[in-house]
Design a protein around this ligand. Sequence first.
Ligand code: GRF
Length: 193
Amino acid sequence: MVKLVGKRIIFIAVFISGNGSNLKSLIKNFKNNSKIKISLVLSSNSNAYGLVYAKKNKIKNKIINYKNKNKAENIILNLLKKNKINVVCLAGFMKILSKRFIKKFKKPILNIHPSLLPKYKGLNTHSRVILNKEKFSGCTVHLVTPALDSGRILSQKIVKIRKNENASKLSKRILKQEHILYSKTIRKFVSNL
Ligand code: GRF
């Protein structure tokens, strides 16, 4: 059998719940990439603005009803299998994937988090960072494991906090860095698969 080394296309599914600015930048950055294809977008929220980007770019997209988590995760697992997804990228996905899901999917799941992990896991990172008078914050791309925001760190970008900066301003500046870091990290990660 001919080995397709170097020619294999990596199919990515992006999971969102909200604005989808990270999704937008991933779509833009991988549009002309012959090796990486964003072929599925899943949203836990029917009003997620990110769905607009998927539709605009004719990417298969589905809304997942999370009323029953187990059922929702089974539907997702089927979709990932059916669409031959190699890597899942979480981008503002507001649901926690269960241990069972991660075990069953078996393939890598990446997440982008708006803090310098292991500091400030969870939500409202920017306001906590400001409240604690931190000098630096940033963003982290990491592998997803059953423990929240705790998987192996793949990359980080440090952002220096400005004098009198509020959480909203900081979040905007960090988000810009997220858009650069996530694509860069995925590209590198995928090249080692
Ligand atoms: C980002 O700050 C990301 O780090 C976090 O959720 C936010 C999602 O933003 N996990 P968007 O939906 O990509 O604009």
